[in-house]
Design a protein around this ligand. Structure first.
Ligand code: ZN
Length: 479
């Protein structure tokens, strides 16, 4: 072994050591950068809590949601196809543009154009106690009466089974569906669902046995003089007959009067009619995601309302809390990683054409919606959060449970959904909904009472604040 050989062996051994050292260093660097990366990706709850606090303080100190509600309801009622609905579209485009959202645009929707015409007239005529006026309103989609009205005897029923039992007596009569909302059901929407079926399909069920018209007890817990409208549909198998709602006070009186005088007659005059469909719009505004702009967190409500009021709860509130949620995120200086989009759907009330047009739009084909949150339960203080997608999603959202609880969110559970986001959910998008305390909702729903003064600015703002925190969390964390 000469020196030269020894030297070359030494060099070889040294270079092996160096290589080992390099490998060790490299793997250390990889693991440390991986660690740092995972630290960066993990949600820093303290930091998120601070951001949520900023959103909350901004919202509660400014109460902008109610300001937006006043703007939207300033056009009056927003029946699909009406000039007021068209004005609401333009107002909301302007509002979201003025707020500086990254993108604001409209998408076309073909909508129904039903008009009420002059106010309806309803009279009870009795040989025993003379003539009395009743408070009625045509149901949406109903045909009118002949121009000289309809006068007929009355049959009162409280179930479809009872109607069927009495079928021999229905011919030529006005059927009076006197079905109150079940007060023993805790969740008002469940009670509503049961009672509203008489409004929805009572006319055709009665027309099947030869009825001339139907009167439906208004779907509300409240006993008052305000009739509540809402959608009815005809079964094409049977003749179309006029359908109207009667106020709950008059429903109770009519029921008593019928016991007193079963021969009493009712006179109805309704001027409503169906006009040609109209092209209207969904209105959309968004904060575009900085990292994954094609992934979308949607939050929305419906822009249309019934025609008896400006629909402050139903659903101007849903529209404005969506807008305010985006504004709160933007004004807090936060830039979401994924896109947060507010969608004001046109036409929830006449069957959801806006929701269907939204999923069919060409732009949707390049997008991926992660969650769609629909707010259509009134502008009351939120008490819970419902979200679909199963345990995995539920557990993820529960990461911020302790941030939502002090804001009044008592529970987070499986659920969510609605007419407008139905077509998205059918495609597998996860539904969500912030659930307010809805015990008073049906006092106002679809009646002349659904006005801005029925909405409390602070309660409404809580919806926007919690929505902002939830959608910002989803935009950062994904699902
Ligand atoms: Zn609604």
């Amino acid at each position: 072994m000469n020196i030269c050989q020894t030297n070359s062996k030494l060099v070889l051994r040294l270079s092996k050591k160096l290589l080992l050292l390099l490998i060790l260093q490299f793997s250390f660097l990889i693991s440390i950068s991986g660690y740092l990366l995972s630290q960066e990706n993990a949600l820093d709850l303290t930091d998120f809590k601070n951001r949520a606090e900023t959103i909350k303080n901004l919202g509660l100190s400014q109460e902008k949601a109610y300001e937006f509600l006043k703007i939207l309801t300033s056009v009056g009622s927003r029946l699909t196809g009406s000039p007021e609905a068209a004005r609401a579209v333009e107002l909301m485009v302007r509002l979201m543009s003025d707020l500086g959202f990254d993108q604001v645009w409209k998408e076309p929707v073909q909508v129904n154009h039903w008009v009420r015409g002059k106010a309806e007239k309803g009279l009870v005529k009795s040989q025993k106690f003379g003539q009395r006026r009743i408070n009625i309103c045509a149901l949406g989609n109903s045909i009118g009466t002949p121009s000289n009205g309809i006068e007929a005897g009355v049959v009162e029923v409280n179930t479809f089974d009872r109607l069927s039992e009495l079928k021999e007596t229905i011919e030529g009569k006005i059927v009076f569906f006197n079905v109150p909302m079940d007060r023993t059901i805790v969740e008002p929407f469940a009670a509503y669902g049961r009672a509203a079926q008489f409004r929805l399909r009572g006319a055709s069920e009665a027309a099947r046995y030869g009825a001339r018209a139907v009167l439906i007890r208004s779907v509300t817990y409240r006993i008052d003089d305000y009739p509540h409208t809402g959608l009815m549909v005809y079964d094409e198998q049977y003749p179309k007959i006029p359908a109207a709602a009667i106020s709950t006070s008059d429903a109770e009186r009519l029921s008593r009067w019928l016991k007193d005088d079963p021969e009493l007659r009712i006179f109805l005059k309704m001027h409503c009619q169906q006009l040609e469909p109209v092209i209207s719009s969904n209105v959309i505004g968004q904060l575009t995601g900085t990292e994954k702009p094609e992934e979308i967190i949607l939050v929305g409500g419906h822009l249309d309302s019934w025609d008896l009021s400006p629909g402050a709860h139903d659903d101007a509130s849903g529209c404005v809390v969506a807008i305010e949620a985006l504004r709160l995120i933007k004004e807090s200086g936060l830039r979401p990683k994924r896109t947060i989009r507010a969608v004001l759907f046109m036409d929830e009330e006449f069957g959801g054409t806006g929701g269907r047009a939204y999923v069919r739009a060409e732009a949707r084909q390049k997008e991926k919606h992660l969650v769609a949150i629909e707010q259509d339960h009134g502008g009351f203080v939120p008490i819970g959060l419902a979200i679909g997608g199963g345990e995995r999603v539920l557990n993820k959202i529960k990461t911020i449970e302790n941030i939502l609880k002090p804001l009044g969110i008592n529970w987070i559970r499986t659920g969510g959904g609605g007419v407008d986001i139905g077509p998205l959910v059918e495609q597998g998008v996860i539904p969500g909904s912030l659930i307010p305390d809805s015990q008073r909702y049906f006092d106002y729903h679809h009646s002349a009472l659904d006005v801005p003064s029925a909405v409390h600015p602070r309660e409404l703002e809580f919806q926007a604040i919690i929505l902002a925190i939830v959608v910002y969390f989803l935009a950062q964390e994904g699902l």
